[in-house]
Design a protein around this ligand. Structure first.
Ligand code: AMP
Length: 449
């Protein structure tokens, strides 16, 4: 779970990288960094924290040059500490390189073990660092060829940006797990995880960077390469369900429209007799709108989210019940007394949140609480870049829907069916990865990461 942004040949490269990352903040809140290039040298700054907390005007001024890449991180491999913040910077025989990665490599551990047995020293415990070592060891001449040589050896999910003194390279793995889009800001090429980053800086969307495509961006322009064998696409369906921002266009669809379709399909499959539909903020909003419209139920904002909570808050010594959820969400008391409600959320992971939310609605007098989830039950962890806990912590891996309903004290509980989900991406159903709902991973791999 990470976001990446890059801009080439722009007077205010690092300022725009900062804004691009600001728009991608939902993809990772642990650490952030920007690396700029002035044509010769790379300048970098990485820190734990949010984009708005980490960067100042003075810092951005020091990140000089016309090219920049940036990263926001939520760790899915490697621990949450500064040494694992990205973009990663390294100095090798041909100069400095920097890399920003979204996704997870599934064969990083065996590659790393082999490299370490040959004497390589790693600075971080991120999977991404193996790519840097493979580039440094490649016998190819140009940076592009070295990068392609390195990427031929790794497996898994990668949307990547590289920066050297004079070049930027963008790459997306052949299965296209994570999104990556190309745009332009006047004449300057920009690359981002999601189009919402383009909207903020006024850049124009050009196209998706295609799965298996490598783009070389330098003073001569943009060149596209397709150096890898063709593979069946496995774009992450969970980007549509939960992760991406609704205003983004990724995988050639608008996320908001897709979520509304999921909600409408859910209503067709699992209607409820109720007085109103209520979204769980914020990720449940579009699906709840789709659900309410399809089932002809009033749409009410029955749960309000406090948008101003920081990352830490001082909890009183005498613990308040469900403090963590309460500080973020609170039901609208007057609206709910004696009411039958349908609440719509995007997913259930451990079910601790849903249980608390149902309890809060009941506490303010709701008579029936029907829970509708706009994804199938999550039964298996993701090894391709979404932060899901291990299988044993996923409630649907060991409990039937009826048991989960009981656990969260819902009047009824229904998930969107896998068939229903596939119907929503009709014509493209083969192009997505559904492994978190099926355990059917796109290819066999060892789960030691
Ligand atoms: P819970 O079932 O209590 O573990 O939490 C479910 C909620 O977490 C849902 O409302 C989702 O919006 C949200 N969620 C789903 N997947 C993730 C994820 N990978 N990381 C953080 N939150 C998530």
């Amino acid at each position: 779970m990470c976001g990446i942004f890059g801009i080439f040949d722009h007077l205010e490269a690092s300022n725009h990288a900062y804004l691009g990352l600001y728009a991608l903040q939902h993809r990772g809140q642990e650490s952030t960094g920007i690396v700029s290039s002035d044509g010769k040298q790379l300048h970098h700054y990485r820190q734990m924290g949010l984009v708005s907390e980490v960067f100042t005007k003075d810092l951005l001024k020091k990140l000089s040059g016309r090219n920049a890449i940036g990263h926001v991180r939520y760790s899915t491999t490697g621990s949450s500490e500064l040494k694992n913040a990205q973009p990663f910077v390294a100095d090798y025989a041909n100069g400095m390189i920097s890399i920003a990665h979204n996704g997870n490599l599934t064969n990083a551990v065996p590659i790393r073990n082999k490299l370490e047995s040959q004497g390589a020293i790693f600075q971080s415990n991120m999977d991404t660092e193996v790519i840097v070592h493979l580039i440094a060891r490649s016998k190819e001449k140009t940076f592009l060829d070295r990068t392609i040589h390195a990427l031929r050896q790794v497996e898994g999910a990668y949307s990547l940006l590289f920066l050297t003194g004079k070049e930027m390279v963008a790459a997306r793995d052949p299965m296209g797990f994570r999104p990556l889009v190309l745009g332009s800001l006047k004449d300057s090429p920009v690359v981002a995880s999601e189009t919402c980053a383009f909207d903020l800086i006024g850049a124009r969307w050009i196209r998706e960077i295609e799965p298996g495509e490598v783009l070389l961006i330098n003073d001569a322009g943009i060149k596209s390469f397709k150096p890898f064998p063709h593979k069946q696409l496995r774009q992450c369906i969970f980007e549509f369900i939960y992760f991406a921002r609704p205003d983004s266009f990724i995988f050639n669809h608008n996320v908001y429209e897709m979520r509304k379709t999921f909600g409408a399909q859910l209503s067709k499959e699992s209607p409820a007799v109720a007085d109103m539909t209520i979204p769980i903020p914020d990720s449940g909003f579009p699906a709840a709108l789709g659900y309410a419209a399809q089932s002809n139920l009033p749409f009410e904002l029955g749960m309000i989210r406090n948008h101003y909570i920081g990352r830490t808050f001082i909890e009183p010594d005498q613990r308040i019940r469900h403090f963590g959820v309460k500080i973020k969400l609170n039901p609208v008391r007057g609206l709910l007394n004696e009411k039958k409600i349908v609440i719509v959320d995007d997913s259930i992971v451990r079910a601790t949140t849903s249980r608390k939310i149902v309890g809060m609605f009941r506490n303010v007098g709701a008579r029936e609480v029907h829970v509708r989830i706009s994804s199938p039950p999550i039964t298996d962890p993701c090894f391709f870049g979404i932060d899901t806990p291990k299988k044993s912590e996923l409630i649907a891996s060991s409990h039937k829907v009826k048991e989960i309903q009981k656990f969260i004290h819902a009047t009824s509980l229904n998930y969107l069916s896998l068939e229903g989900l596939k119907k929503c991406v009709r014509g493209e159903e083969k192009n997505f990865c559904y492994a978190c709902f099926t355990g059917d991973y796109p290819y066999p791999f060892q789960t030691e990461i």
